[in-house]
Structures are given as structure tokens and as C-alpha cells.
Design a protein around this ligand. Structure first.
Ligand code: KG4
Ligand code: ZN
Length: 347
């Protein structure tokens, strides 16, 4: 089986071709960051308009790179949510139209299922069951993954997501959008321990996170620096960035380790945009090594949004006959991961 994947849930337009036996044949991506930078964040209307322009050429490019024709496709997978609904509709409409024209199934994919399955694109795929730490711009979750569609949520954030905490702190430091990777870069120049930011919920039982207090703490430091005339002090800014990153990483690692110890799971998947963070990867690798736990990351370019992971999740669903049988286009701004089911299971 060979499937085309389309991603358009936020500010990346992407297309990929995945073959059941030949693996990933092509993946193309256009990032809209330059478009949104001027506004300091994603402007939904601009995102939708740009997806409309970019998606079809990206699909053509992906098919050409894969050395395949549209007629050789067995299905078309598209991100159906959660995300910006206007942006989702562009990929959904294109995916459905292509599938209809080709007479093959259209497969609506849950964006987070895509992130969770991204490590399956690598040479050493994680076995089930495993623990997954899903950390993106919109979500921070610890999930017990027993199989395709079998996701038991152990805990999530009560307020801001980890990526949001990176992005908001970066904005307070005056770093350009998108802030997460910029803050991570600045943190590398910073001294540890100069700024001891809160590690929320770490002292409480359970697997919940909370990151909204962090941005308040950062705001107070930035204001204090402005009042003291040290706001532009490069080392101080780097030290603050280091403090932010260390606080986020310590919180994520602390709760993940607790979940590993309590569940006894021997395999850990780390996915979503923040899994590209080097400090987080290093700290989780060390924690996993200490416990004899195997750890799995997507390759760096598949940590953030991409169409390869959508093709992966779509193929998994398609192989099990789990796809929309009608022409209803699906685009959901909100779509709880827990509402997904294993293919063939009731409800
Ligand atoms: O998964 P993703 O591409 O989009 C969502 O589905 O949200 O995640 C994007 C998030 C953003 O908040 C971005 O700042 C963060 O991931 N991010 C990083 C890094 N790379 C991306 N945060 C910290 N360090 C990074 N290297
Ligand atoms: Zn994402």
C-alpha cells in the first residue's frame, strides 16, 4: 500500500508519500514562519490562504520525488484536527478531492496520533506498550500507548503547554518568533542556577503539569532588569533563558520518570515540537539509561509538524480498514486524543 499524507493544521504546509514496504519515499514541507514573524505569532487567516497556495505544488513535488504517480496511491491521509479550523479545511478539502478523483479512501488523521507515531518512521521503531511524552506548542501529555488508537492519558497540563511556555518566555525576552528554538539557542550561553524559576507541580503527586506560573516569574525578572537598566545585558538574558529551559526540562523529566517508575513500562517515546529540544533529549536519555529503559525520538525534522507522520498514522489506519467511507470532510478545531479508538473496536 502507498499513501499520500497532507499536513496543514497550523503554519506548516506539507506533503509526503509513504509506502508499506518501501518506507518513506518523499516528504516536502513549506514553513510559513516568515509570513507570521511580523505579527509575532500565527495569523489564522493568513495561514489558510497560504496553505491554499502551497499544498498542491507540494503534493506534486512529493509525488515526483517519490517517483510515483497519483494513480499508484491507495489512499490519501490528511490532518483532520486538532488545529486551526480554516487551515485544516484547506488540507482536508484537497485530500478529499484527490481521493475522490482517484477513487481511493480519504483517511482523516488526528494530528497528535501523527506525532505519537512519528518514531515508527525510524529504523528502530518502538514496540507497544510504551509510555509517550507528547510535548508540542498546544499539548503536554503523558500517555500510556498500548497500540494504535489505544491511548490512556496519565496526565496533561492544566494551563500552558511546554512549547507555549518556551514561546511566551522567549517573547518576554524579546526574541523573534518562533521563540522556542531561539530561547533554546540563547540558553546554551547561559549559566545554570543564576535564575531559579518555579518547577510547578513537581512536588505534587500525579502526572499533571502547569507552566503558566513560569511566564509570570519570567515577566517579573524582565521587568526587574528593565528597572535596573540591565535589560540588554547579554549574559543576564542568556542566564534567564537557561533558567527557563532548566525549569521546563526538570519538570518534564521529573514527571516522566515518575510515570516510568509507576507503570514499569520499559519503552519511552518522546514526540512533538519540544522533543527537538537538545537539553530535554539529553536529560531524558540519561534518565532512561539509568533505568534500563529504551528511549525513542523522531528524527529532528519529524519532531515538529510534518506530513510524514500524517502519512504514517494514515497508513496504519488504512491497513486496518479504518477510514471515512463517505465524502464528509472532517476538520475539528478540538478533538480529544482519548476519543480515538483502536481500529475495529466498538464505539
Ligand atoms: O509539534 P509542533 O511543531 O506544533 C504543534 O503541534 O504545536 O510544536 C511546536 C512547538 C513550538 O512551541 C516551538 O517553540 C516548540 O515546539 N519547539 C521547541 C524547539 N523546537 C520547537 N521548543 C524548545 N526547543 C526547541 N528546540
Ligand atoms: Zn504538532
Amino acid at each position: 500500500m502507498r499513501i499520500l499524507g497532507i499536513e496543514s493544521s497550523c503554519d506548516e504546509s506539507a506533503a509526503a508519500v509513504l509506502d508499506e514496504h518501501g518506507g518513506l519515499l518523499a516528504h516536502e514541507l513549506f514553513s510559513q514562519v516568515d509570513l507570521h514573524r511580523l505579527y509575532g505569532g500565527v495569523v489564522p487567516e493568513l495561514a489558510s490562504r497560504d496553505h491554499v497556495q502551497r499544498l498542491l505544488p507540494l503534493v506534486r513535488q512529493a509525488l515526483a520525488r517519490a517517483g510515483t504517480t497519483a494513480a499508484q496511491l491507495d489512499g490519501v491521509a490528511y490532518t483532520a484536527g486538532p488545529g486551526l479550523v480554516g487551515a485544516l479545511l484547506t488540507g482536508a478539502a484537497l485530500g478529499h478531492s484527490l481521493a475522490y478523483a482517484l477513487g481511493v479512501p480519504a483517511v482523516p488523521v488526528h494530528h497528535l496520533e501523527g506525532h505519537l507515531l512519528a518514531p515508527l518512521l525510524e529504523d528502530r521503531p518502538p514496540p507497544f506498550p510504551h509510555l509517550a511524552l507528547l510535548v508540542s506548542g498546544g499539548h503536554t501529555m503523558l500517555i500510556r500507548v498500548s497500540g494504535l488508537g489505544e491511548y490512556a492519558l496519565l496526565g496533561e497540563t492544566r494551563d500552558d503547554a511546554a512549547g507555549e511556555a518556551f514561546d511566551k518566555s522567549a517573547k518576554l525576552l524579546g526574541l523573534p518568533y518562533p521563540g522556542g528554538p531561539e530561547l533554546a539557542r540563547l540558553a546554551e550561553e547561559g549559566q545554570p542556577g543564576e535564575f531559579d524559576f518555579p518547577r510547578p507541580m513537581l512536588d505534587r503527586p500525579g502526572y499533571e503539569f502547569s507552566f503558566s506560573g513560569l511566564k509570570t516569574a519570567v515577566m517579573l525578572e524582565v521587568r526587574a532588569a528593565a528597572a535596573a537598566g540591565t535589560a540588554q545585558d547579554a549574559q543576564r538574558r542568556a542566564d534567564i533563558a537557561r533558567g527557563v529551559q532548566d525549569a521546563i526540562v526538570a519538570t518534564l523529566v521529573g514527571k516522566t520518570v515518575r510515570a516510568l517508575d509507576h507503570t514499569g513500562l520499559q519503552h519511552l517515546v518522546v514526540a512533538g515540537g519540544v522533543s527537538a529540544n537538545r537539553a530535554l533529549r539529553t536529560a531524558l536519555e540519561a534518565a532512561a539509561r539509568e533505568r534500563g529503559v529504551e528511549i525513542y525520538f523522531p528524527r529532528l525534522e519529524f519532531c515538529t509538524d510534518n506530513a510524514a507522520m500524517i502519512a504514517m498514522a494514515g497508513l496504519a489506519r488504512l491497513k486496518q480498514g479504518d477510514f471515512a467511507g463517505d465524502l464528509a470532510i472532517m476538520a475539528r478545531a478540538q478533538w480529544p486524543l482519548g476519543s480515538l479508538r483502536a481500529p475495529g473496536s466498538p464505539g
